[in-house]
Design a binder for this molecule. Structure first.
Ligand code: BG6
Ligand code: MG
Length: 214
């Protein structure tokens, strides 16, 4: 087989927490009277919480102090965590669970490479932790995507070289991170049309058929 492991981004790839990130940031942006829509939100995919806030604030004429920024990011995370309480095992699509199961049966090792500090909570709420041999989250890294750190750490924990791992991403920053680390990358959602992706997928269920053809 061409790859021995698959490293998944979490938000927007396995679980649709990307919509919760958007809703939580929208509350903060509306309060500060900053224009914020899905197009701006796409720029936040894969990017850390504080860097996301800086992108949102770049659409304001006002300057915000460090204390204000910390308060805003904390408030966003409180809204986000309240929304995450809605997560259930059924929040992961049956197709996604079937794919993870099939990849595992094919002998591939599976890992998570997420910028989110809430990744472990999400995996726990959706009850999919058991699929993964390694979980690298925002709590384990010093630089978020587009730095390759998160994926390099996941490969290291799997004891694999980047060339033996395929990264699955929905964010441009994530695709850049994968390529910078020497990984091939399957792009879906917002990253589907990235020039840097090795495979374009509409849904993660397409992974099994792609891998079987290689
Ligand atoms: C990434 C999301 O997975 O995690 C980003 O795509 C988010 O939108 C980042 O900003 C950090 O998440 P958290 O949960 O640590 O605020
Ligand atoms: Mg994502």
């Amino acid at each position: 087989m061409k790859y021995k492991a698959i490293i998944f981004d979490l938000d927007g790839v396995l679980v649709h927490t990307d919509k919760y990130h958007y809703q939580a940031w929208k509350v903060i942006a509306d309060k500060a009277k900053i224009p914020f829509d899905e197009t701006v939100n796409n720029r936040l995919r894969g990017v850390s919480r504080m860097e996301s806030l800086d992108i949102i604030l770049s659409y304001s004429d006002r300057r915000f102090s460090e204390d204000e920024k910390i308060a805003m990011s904390e408030e966003k995370n409180e809204h986000y965590k309240t929304l995450l309480k809605n997560l259930l095992p059924q929040s992961v699509s049956a197709e996604t669970v079937k794919t993870l199961d099939e990849l595992h049966t094919m002998g591939l090792r599976l890992a998570i490479g997420s910028s989110s500090k809430n990744a472990n909570y999400i995996l726990q709420k959706t009850e999919i932790s058991h699929f993964f041999d390694a979980v690298v989250s925002g709590l384990d890294i010093t630089k978020t995507k587009p730095s390759p750190e998160v994926f390099l750490k996941a490969a290291e924990r799997l004891n694999m070289a980047p060339k033996d791992c395929l990264v699955v991403e929905d964010a441009h920053a994530g695709v850049e991170a994968a390529v910078a680390g020497g990984f091939d990358c399957a792009g879906m959602g917002d990253a589907y049309s990235s020039d840097l992706v090795t495979y374009q997928i509409n849904n993660i269920s397409e992974l099994c058929s792609i891998l079987k053809l290689l």
